[in-house]
Design a protein around this ligand. Structure first.
Ligand code: GUN
Length: 293
């Protein structure tokens, strides 16, 4: 069994981005600028956003964090997005999800212009992804594809089972894994809350990608010997062993599943660090395409 070290791979990719950035700047390009909007004070979202901003700083990207009160109206938020859409100094814009009830995620995502949508959530960018056209791939699926690639995990002709059909992970992942491409060509089954006999399905899988947000859902008896298991879960659970009073738990019962796997991602240190570098790659790509205009 081999543990997929997302932290080590993400550090490798950070070095590649730094090199790429230097070449871009040397050729007359400008420093990429990412703006992140966060609404309210959800602890998880605050942590994710601070990781994004820190990673920008570390690599020499410009970053701006805009914090709004959770009572902000949808209209006010959309006005701010439209203002940033027009700002030539900003290359990438993302609004951290989830949003408070009074704000429609869909309206927010559709208001960000596709050229600045470094999350890859805009319908136009999702459509391009579906068709295999160049676009911004959303950070988590992009990060998982990169992990499979760098660990030279064969996906062609394999049975890939994905648990969870969210717009952010499960659904795009199912498209990417079935696409005709270097990482892809898998036979994909997408399981969700209405799927019957999940265990019977996962037991036949060569690759299992779990994105449910349900701690330790995937147990050893769900997995066949030699499977590849990718854990996207990051639920905060109470812990008296950490200073913060909580720790992250994945969707996989790691200790028992790891014994049966050929490859497995840990939580933390697996998929998580990859999402940040994917976002940075998209932001650099946005800066480059603005440069060419
Ligand atoms: N919330 C959880 N994951 C994400 C993400 O990748 N992007 C945004 N904007 N919000 C999120």
């Amino acid at each position: 069994m081999q543990i997929i070290d997302g932290r080590a791979i993400s550090n490798e990719i950070k070095k590649e981005i730094a090199k790429d950035l230097k070449m871009f700047i040397d050729a007359g390009g400008k420093v990429p600028h990412l703006t992140v909007i966060i609404v309210g004070n959800d602890g998880g979202s605050q942590t994710y956003v601070s990781h994004k901003i820190k990673a920008c700083k570390k690599l020499g990207f410009q970053s701006t964090k805009i914090q709004f009160d959770e009572k902000i109206t949808e209209k006010e938020l959309l006005e701010k997005i439209k203002e940033i859409n027009k700002d030539d100094n900003v290359d990438g814009l993302l609004v951290q999800l989830p949003l408070p009830k009074q704000i429609s995620d869909t309206k927010v995502i559709e208001t960000i212009i596709p050229e600045k949508d470094v999350d890859g959530f805009h319908p136009l960018n999702i459509g391009k992804m579906l068709l295999g056209l160049p676009t911004y791939l959303s950070a988590t699926p992009y990060g998982i594809i990169e992990l499979l690639k760098r660990y030279k995990i064969k996906t062609s002709g394999k049975n890939c089972v994905i648990l969870g059909r969210s717009n952010i992970v499960g659904t795009p992942m199912s498209v990417l894994m079935s696409r005709k491409s270097e990482i892809g060509n898998s036979t994909v089954t997408l399981c969700h809350s209405r799927t019957k006999n999940i265990k019977e399905i996962t037991k036949k899988a060569d690759i299992i990608i779990v994105a449910l947000g349900s701690p330790e859902f995937l147990k050893a008896d769900f997995v066949k010997d030699g499977a590849v298991v990718i854990d996207v879960g990051t639920t905060r659970v109470k812990s008296d062993k950490t200073k913060s009073g909580w720790k992250l738990k994945g969707d996989v019962k790691f200790d028992e599943v790891a014994e049966k796997c050929s490859f497995i991602t840990p939580v933390p240190g697996g998929v998580g660090p990859m999402t940040i570098v994917s976002l940075l790659k998209n932001t650099l790509k946005a800066a480059k395409s603005n440069f060419q205009k």
